[in-house]
Design a binder for this molecule. Structure first.
Ligand code: SF4
Ligand code: SF4
Length: 152
C-alpha cells in the first residue's frame, strides 16, 4: 500500500458516520476479532464471567493471541460474532459488550484500508449503511482514531 493513507487527506473535510445497528460488520464469512488481555478482562466483567470462563465460552486462539468465537447466523448464511445480540431489539443487531468492545470494533469504519481512498471508503460502505450518514466526524477525530494505541 503506497504512501500513508492519512497523508492523502482526501477526507480533510471529515466524514459522516452513524451506526444503524444493522450488525453487518459483526457477521459474514469467517473472520477475526482480536482482543488484548485487558479488553478480554473488561468483556468478561461486562458479562459477569471470570476470565477463564469467558475465554472458554467466547474466545479462540489465533497466532498466539485471542479472537472472539463465531457462531452460525440464524439464516445459515454466515457466522455471527459470539457477542452479537439479535434478540433484544427486533430488527436490530446489537453488541452485548458495546461499551467494552475491542479496539478493532471501536475504530470501525476508520480503518486505514477504508481511508486509503474515496473508492475504498465507498467499497466498505456497501456493507456498512452507517457510513456517509449522520454526524460529521472531523479530520482530527479521524486521525485520532487511526493512531496506534498501546495494548492495555
Ligand atoms: S455495518 Fe456499520 S451500520 Fe451496521 S452495525 Fe456495523 S458499523 Fe453499524
Ligand atoms: S465484539 Fe461486538 S462490535 Fe465487535 S464484532 Fe462482536 S458483536 Fe460486533
Amino acid at each position: 500500500m503506497p504512501g500513508s493513507p492519512a497523508s492523502r487527506e482526501w477526507f480533510s473535510e471529515g466524514l459522516r458516520f452513524e451506526c444503524t445497528s444493522c450488525g453487518q460488520c459483526c457477521t459474514g464469512p469467517p473472520g477475526v476479532v482480536e482482543f488484548t488481555r485487558g479488553e478480554g478482562l473488561r468483556m468478561a466483567r461486562n458479562l459477569g464471567l471470570g476470565y477463564r470462563e469467558f475465554l472458554s465460552l467466547h474466545a479462540m486462539q489465533i497466532d498466539g493471541g485471542w479472537s472472539l468465537q463465531e457462531i452460525p447466523d440464524p439464516e445459515g448464511q454466515g457466522l455471527d460474532c459470539t457477542m452479537l445480540d439479535r434478540q433484544s431489539i427486533p430488527g436490530k443487531a446489537l453488541c452485548r459488550v458495546y461499551p467494552d468492545r475491542p479496539q478493532q470494533c471501536r475504530t470501525w469504519p476508520f480503518w486505514p484500508e477504508n481511508l486509503y481512498s474515496p473508492h475504498a471508503w465507498r467499497r466498505a460502505g456497501r456493507r456498512c449503511p452507517g457510513m456517509d450518514r449522520g454526524e460529521l466526524v472531523t479530520f482530527d477525530e479521524i486521525r485520532r482514531w487511526m493512531e496506534p494505541r498501546p495494548s492495555p
